[in-house]
Design a binder for this molecule. Sequence first.
Ligand code: UDP
Length: 329
Amino acid sequence: MKVLITGGAGFIGSHLAEACLERGDEVYVIDDLSTGSVDNIAFLQKEERYRDRFYVHIDTIFNHETMLTLVGTCDAVFHLAAAVGVRYILENPLESIKINIQGTEKVLELCSKFKKKVLIASTSEVYGKHVHAPLRETDNIVYGPSSKFRWSYAASKLMDEFTALAYYRTNGLQATVVRLFNTIGPRQTGAYGMVVPRFVAQALKNDTLTVYGDGQQTRTFTYVKDVVQAFLALVEHADSFGQVFNIGGVEEITILDLARKIIDLTQSRSEIVLVPYEEAFAADFEDMQRRVPSIEKINRHIGFRPQTNLDDILEHVIDFMKIQPICSL
Ligand code: UDP
């Protein structure tokens, strides 16, 4: 199969490219390196066995000519190019909305034109302010006011979902939407706010771990390689078109306990400090107190369950970050 991965030099995109190459696909990546990095895929480019079937375009998805050729060439498109990370969204509000809304519209339009399968990466952010668990794909959605810019991310991704579903309804586009819940693993950077690479970097340097708020907010974390396997299964599964699926983990943990666990696993001398949200972010920040997915639907469709537990995922991240230069936080 020929696959196009937008955002293929990003954290998740690079793991997807690796998995596709391993199973024998011809892989095309387009990435403008706004948050991705050539370092994430350089090792794949060096592999002799991938030489004639791995093509990297450092370019924007807004380049119509490039996208026309790439979408026209490939059988399936994984659309991962997006503004990601709470810190990035808050620091780049306009760019984030543009790439998330106009970029996705562009990709969907071309996939519809060429009748190509497409998987759209959405986010658990779309659920908004719920504290009940688990979150189901059919749940209502509650957002904060437009003065609090975090919600622009949720709203823009929700619009992507509507657009994909509308293309499915109107033109029969084979589009699948996935809502990702805190995907983690090697190559994720802490530069855009993600908690696990930040805590691991802090612990490895014996620096203080900065837990925001009271640390009682919870998350579940999913291993990137498990997420990628779910992507590949979904695009092969005709029942998934026109559907939205949660992809997430099952182990709910408070951020304070996560910090403690990372200190234990790294045998660090670090201490933990609670940082008030007003100090960590601008005053208009609002955190999500709890975020736990129901994975019943995706389990029913493709038998998905996370294969890697949190301790093992953290070990992979720690091992990776021990040998990589630790990014600036
Ligand atoms: N967080 C934290 N310290 C950090 C970075 C994040 O305590 O250095 C918290 C953050 O406030 C949130 C959780 O960790 O409650 C997960 O944050 P992340 O940005 O990784 O993902 P998201 O907020 O999108 O779930």
